[in-house]
Design a protein around this ligand. Sequence first.
Ligand code: GTP
Ligand code: MG
Length: 370
Amino acid sequence: GENITVQELAEKLKKTAAEVIKKLMSLGVLATINQEIDFDTAALIASEFGYEVELKVAVDKEALLMAEPEDDPEKMKPRPPVVTIMGHVDHGKTSLLDAIRETNVTAGEAGGITQHIGAYQVEHNGKKITFVDTPGHAAFTAMRARGAQITDIAVLVVAADDGVMPQTVEAINHAKAAQVPIIVAINKMDKPEASPEKVKQELTQHDLVVEDWGGDVIAVPVSAKQRTGLENLLEMILLVAEINELKANPDRLARGTVIEAELDKGRGPVATVLVQNGTLRVGDTIVVGHVFGRVRAMIDDKGRRVKKAGPSTPVEILGLSDVPEAGDILIAVEDEKLAREVAEKRQQRKREEELKATSKISLDDLFKHI
Ligand code: GTP
Ligand code: MG
């Protein structure tokens, strides 16, 4: 970390060296005027004198690290849309995702390893679409709580035999709050009791007026079971993507969001990341939340090792020193020292928070027993 001498600290705090030494002594630290003390001790002394040095420095460094460079408009290239599937329990989200994946694997991939990495890409008419396979609004709540937004388009699955249900409404509200366009997939059309008109009517009560009712919401009848309507759904996703002119600059250091992460027995910490801007490469130095690392290897959604991953590409990365959390921002960096420092600061902050939480619990427990 960083060190500062007692003399320098005293000057910064507009105190005498003697005052600082006395304060250090009161904390059980014996130091001379030219002695170096570490940054944390210095921050503690500063806070004892009523300053908030540590916080300010830490925030500045984080801001410096996280600052997103302006992209040259010339370098912006169209990128695939990132789609999340949402909807009420049992309305067919997983079935729909599976049906899309299975009907769109190219010949070479069929029968190959279908690795589950929490997201996948399909190609339709030569254009890619990225599907994020997180349970519905977890993608929104956990991620949005961290200020991360990964979704460009929400596909709202509504079972034609069941209609709009509480979690359908929740999903609508999440998508609206995030200002993400909604495409409705009216699923289970194969069922005899399917009633798409009832679904459309119920949707209007939540300000989603479909096109054939005079509104601008696209609704596509599908059956995940019989695999009908899927092409049309993909078509509509690409249409909405085109209207929204989704772009990114592949020609810069990567920035992305963790979709899921775990500690793998054999491979160590593994994180599935959605690259949102720039290109991530093997060998890149990265900071992911409180974790520092270097990309040792990357694996795509088809289980293949890849050397680079561009915008809207989901990829599994190896080489992290610890397990990050879903929603953490990944950034590839040039300034390794700064990156390491910020990661360390975050780690420390995390530990402190955990410690606070633990001591709070034990205190509560204590009172419970009195
Ligand atoms: P949760 O993850 O529990 O919220 O459910 P889900 O929305 O992922 O639904 P899932 O895909 O698990 O499907 C729920 C049930 O509906 C399963 O029994 C599916 O086989 C059935 N199902 C899904 N899609 C269709 C469809 O198009 N037609 C029919 N008939 N059944 C379907
Ligand atoms: Mg499911």
